[in-house]
Design a protein around this ligand. Structure first.
Ligand code: PEP
Ligand code: MG
Length: 316
């Protein structure tokens, strides 16, 4: 066969798929930052910081008790900075610490963790930070250093918020520690049904975004332990009650002009992504390996919506 005319020429990269709905990526480890950025994601919709801390094998309280706060702060600062540097100018939502007490139990300092019957319903997420201001403050110190260095694309996302008062209290603590809370981007995860039900009250108290943490939202809506292998068949992301909560919260966010996103595992499912775009979500954050298929699912859905609108317009 004759040699192709462009033999030996570099193959042009495929044009990036453009979507109106942002497609972002979830990151748990700074080592994955480059790989995450190479997906072409529009930002980081969830940066989990637990792994940075759990990797040190000491509880947050251990650092406070032993006067080693700087070690904790630097670990967070360096880990988050690596991710921010991989996403220049793109939004990166850093989630404040969210680990249940049982994950800290066997670490240094673990003996001081409260013994809980139901750690997943216990002292984790924003609750832990509000009741342990010293622990919250160490995190905020790391965030402040990054904001002061000009990383204003970094936003903070509070996990396991159930009532607007918790957001108001967290914001007041940040302000008390010198953060310009009107300037920085602060938002919540919708993981407890109460926060979906009360989303309008959250909107009124100044959240800049809300992101569905469906891994938890499903378990708390359906009373199905997300880690119980005997009930996996009942753990249904598309359960009508879950979808109804999501749909109603998206509507309120749209009414208030608040970015509404998802960072739970359900956002990595193309069928769910299509449903979310149809229901008006503003962004979807998926796993690194799912970005390409989610981008295509979003693009296909947006194209169908446009086509339907054009046909309707044409028929008038
Ligand atoms: C979630 O609950 O959907 C979530 C993203 O948080 P995590 O899985 O870390 O609890
Ligand atoms: Mg969660």
């Amino acid at each position: 066969a004759p040699a192709a005319a462009n033999a030996g020429q570099p193959v042009a990269a495929a044009a990036p798929v453009i979507t109106a709905t942002s497609v972002k990526v979830n990151v748990s480890l700074p080592e994955a930052a480059q790989r995450a950025a190479a997906t072409g994601a529009d930002g980081v919709g969830l940066l989990r910081i637990e792994h940075l801390i759990l990797g040190l094998n000491k509880t947050p309280n251990w650092f406070i008790k032993n006067g080693k706060e700087e070690e904790f702060i630097l670990e967070l600062y360096n880990g988050i900075k690596t991710v921010l540097d991989a996403f220049p100018g793109k939004p990166v939502w850093v989630r404040t610490l969210d680990a249940p007490t049982d994950e800290f139990r066997n670490m240094e300092g673990g003996e001081d963790e409260p013994i809980e019957h139901n750690p997943m319903l216990g002292w984790r997420g924003i609750r832990r930070d509000l009741r342990s201001p010293e622990q919250f403050r160490m995190q905020v110190e790391a965030f402040k250093r990054l904001w002061n260095e000009g990383y204003d694309n970094m936003g903070l996302m509070f996990p396991l918020v159930g009532h607007p008062d918790e957001f108001i209290q967290a914001k007041a603590m940040l302000a008390g520690w010198g953060v310009d809370v009107e300037k920085v981007t602060l938002g919540i995860m919708i993981e407890i049904p109460s926060s979906a039900v009360l989303i309008e009250d959250f909107a009124k108290c100044g959240i800049k975004f809300a992101s569905f943490g469906t891994n938890d939202l499903i378990q708390y809506t359906l009373a199905i332990d997300r880690n119980n292998e005997h009930l996996t068949d009942m753990y249904k992301p598309k359960h009508p009650a879950v979808l109804k909560l999501i749909d109603s919260a998206i509507r309120v966010c749209r009414d208030y002009g608040i970015e509404c996103s998802i960072c739970g595992q359900a956002g990595s499912d193309p069928v769910m992504a299509e449903w979310l775009v149809d229901h008006g979500i503003s962004s979807i954050s998926a796993n690194i390996d799912a970005i390409a298929k989610i981008r295509h699912a979003v693009a296909r859905t947006e194209q169908r919506i446009l086509l339907e609108a054009a046909r309707k317009n044409n028929a008038q």
